[in-house]
Design a protein around this ligand. Structure first.
Ligand code: PGA
Length: 253
């Protein structure tokens, strides 16, 4: 009953024209099955507008990779959800491990960003995941559930149900290593159980949980076969139209 969602995180790659061209190329390749899965492209802020234009009418959504949680005002360099929406996007990635590690993004900031996005009518894609050290210390479930609960703190059951959670083990991002489908399922089931305990059955049943970390055309099938994995957040492979289309095709129902 949950519609799958595949999002491409282009990170700090591709200029404005190259982003628009990539989006148009992807849109042409996925047109046959785009109605069987939610597809989202997340370019740099600078290209949101052009990418939104390039995919108009294709059913593909557009997302930003970060936002600030304040309304309009004196916040030099920041971009808030209202501005992101105005540029044509309807999703926003928050709490990505690269931002947590390099730019000090905290659980509190992720929580404030999630609330600001929901208030503006955008869908937060909330990233969580354990580091290699945390995995080795067998802390994965505690770390990840804690991140999810802190991200959703103070958010109503109805709003929490609209969020997408992206479970991305930090050690699997951009490394070519990926969690086995079985291991990813265990963590995604624990995330759903944590949401059930905090926000109730109905919300837990509706929240979509993605796996991310070295997702490719040849591992997406086994991930999608797991009951609690509802899609993927794709980095490197989302910059290759052929690979992204393969991942999208394998996820369409
Ligand atoms: P990757 O990145 O697919 O290149 O591992 C995933 C992500 O950072 O979202």
């Amino acid at each position: 009953m949950r519609r799958r969602i595949i999002a491409g995180n282009w990170k700090m790659n591709k200029g404005v024209d190259a982003s628009a061209a990539l989006a148009a190329d992807i849109a042409a390749r996925v047109s046959e099955f785009a109605n069987g899965v939610d597809l989202v492209l997340c370019p740099t802020f600078l290209a949101l507008n052009k990418v939104a234009e390039a995919v108009r009418g294709s059913g593909i959504g557009v997302g930003a990779q970060d936002c600030y949680y304040e309304g309009e005002g004196a916040f030099t360099g920041e971009v808030n959800p209202v501005l992101i929406k105005d540029a044509g996007a309807s999703y926003c990635i928050i709490g990505h491990s690269e931002r947590r590690a390099l730019l000090n993004e905290t659980d509190r900031a992720v929580n404030l960003k999630a609330k600001a996005l929901l208030n503006a009518g955008l869908t937060p894609i909330i990233c969580v995941g354990e580091t290699l050290e945390e995995k080795q210390a067998e802390d994965t479930l505690g770390v990840v559930s804690g991140q999810v609960l802190r991200a959703l703190a103070g958010i109503s059951a109805d709003d929490a149900a609209k969020c997408v959670i992206a479970y991305e083990p930090v050690w699997a991002i951009g490394t070519g290593l990926n969690a086995t489908a079985e291991a990813a399922q265990t963590v995604c089931a624990a995330i759903r159980a944590a949401i059930r305990a905090s926000h109730g059955d109905d919300t837990a049943g509706k929240v979509r949980i993605q796996y991310g970390g070295s997702v490719k055309g040849d591992n997406i099938g086994s991930l999608m076969a797991e009951p609690d994995i509802d899609g993927a957040l794709v980095g490197g492979a989302s910059l290759k139209p052929d690979d992204f289309a393969r991942i999208a095709a394998a996820s369409a129902k």
